[in-house]
Design a protein around this ligand. Structure first.
Ligand code: GRF
Length: 191
């Protein structure tokens, strides 16, 4: 590792359990320096506040268009000295300004390239697959299309609902995300 902990901005839209896994990772070679959300009242922002980590909310509805939102999000991120952006349950497609300024890692609750989009768990279950899982990947301009970094498989059990399956996937997802970021902090050749 070189240059101290990897400085992370984490983007969230929901409960923030992936964020919490990063905050709780013992002796991690990374540090969450800011947490951003696209909506008010997320569990993720609450978790950050509880740790004294700076937060911001950047809502699409507060800007004239997506380009304006993208620019505002890029400005919010630019006020922190960030090495890497982590999209951890962030339910928005990032725009060109953010992507030009940052490398971004996303976590997705399906085995990409199968079942991209906002309903990966529901779509996998509806398709009837017996194995699904989660994927950590670099973000590009597409929807869940960037190069895969790591994946974990999760079996679909008889009687699974979207909720029960998603909970088991998230156990794997949190561990995967911590491992991936630990590797990216150790080998920074991706920068
Ligand atoms: C994760 O499964 C993520 O991949 C998906 O939404 C979930 C977010 O969970 N897009 P949390 O907010 O980290 O608990």
């Amino acid at each position: 590792m070189s240059g101290g902990p990897l400085r992370l901005a984490v983007l969230v839209s929901g409960s923030g359990t992936n964020l919490q896994a990063l905050l709780d990772a013992p002796a991690a070679p990374f540090e969450v320096v800011v947490v951003g959300a696209d909506r008010e009242d997320t569990g993720g922002v609450e978790r950050a506040r509880a740790r004294g980590i700076p937060t911001f909310v950047c809502r699409v509805a507060d800007h004239p268009d997506r380009a304006g939102w993208d620019a505002a999000l890029a400005r919010s991120l630019a006020t922190h000295d960030v090495d890497l952006v982590v999209s951890a349950g962030f339910m928005k497609v990032l725009g060109p300004q953010v992507l030009a300024a940052h490398r971004v890692v996303n976590t997705h609750p399906a085995l990409l390239p199968s079942f991209p989009g906002a309903h990966g768990v529901r779509d996998a279950l509806a398709h009837g697959v017996r194995v699904t899982g989660c994927t950590c990947h670099w973000v590009d301009a597409g929807v869940d299309t960037g190069p895969v970094i790591d994946q974990r498989a999760v079996r679909v059990e008889d009687g699974d609902t979207v909720e029960t399956l998603h909970e088991r996937i998230k156990v794997q997802e949190r561990a995967m995300l911590v491992e991936v970021l630990t590797r990216l902090a150790s080998d920074r050749s991706w920068r």
